[in-house]
Write a protein that binds this ligand. Sequence first.
Ligand code: ATR
Length: 271
Amino acid sequence: MPDQYAVIGNPVAHSRSPQIHAEFARQTGQDLTYERLLAPANGFMEAVKAFQARGGLGLNVTLPFKAEAFGYATRLSGRASAAQAVNTLKFEDDAVFGDNTDGTGLIGDITHNLGRDIAGRRVLLLGAGGAARGVIMPLLLQQPASLTLANRTLAKAQALQQTIGAGLEVSTYAELAGRQFDIVVNATSASLTGALPQLPSGLFAGGALAYDMMYGVGETPFLAFARVEGAAPLADGLGMLVEQAAESFFIWRGLRPDTAPVLKLLRQTAV
Ligand code: ATR
């Protein structure tokens, strides 16, 4: 019987992770299965236990369960502790290892796929929810010139700043007026509802990268705004998805797949 992996979430039907991991497995000659697991909103733990009981070796965890997965893990990586969220579980003999590969995924996509340095750049991160939390420390480790976290609800950004400490500056959207950034990352969930954070005009420096962590919804309102504001290039979160998947695959299998052909394939088979 092949080794079993899955992505667990609610909803999960739209997830492209099974296609990505099937490609990774084919590429590296690994004998494994990777399925979608839909867990009821209040049934995460039961679903994970059932998967473990039938021999499952690892899970990717997506919305809305990343915080619950953090609680479920008995051993955590440093980056999962920093993010207080887990997107990768590995079932070991006497432990459940929890990691978070989202930040590595974002950094890999920006620096490797998009060929942009983060070091020395002015970076603006929009949002203060789980998606933002997962990428703050990895962004800071790249040593940007500055990292500014802006959120609709300032108190949430301030609470995050308290846990991170030095190096992170916080702002409301209105207070961003008159400032410019080289990289602007949208980690709000606004795109999910077709909404746009209320950003002032003029945020994008010449040649600035506009990055929406969302994918698969066509051009998001944020990227449409960025286009009108003159940002280029524009990027959605599909590359981040592939990169975080590769890091999860490495955690489970000890092998690093080649992400470029898989990202290309996904772009060709857009749903
Ligand atoms: P996630 O785990 O996906 O980050 P979350 O924890 O619910 O989800 O956080 C959602 C983020 O998107 C928050 O930063 C939220 O802003 P608030 O903290 O002010 O609620 C942001 N967000 C969602 N819809 C938004 C909108 N229409 N405009 C601006 N920000 C929005």
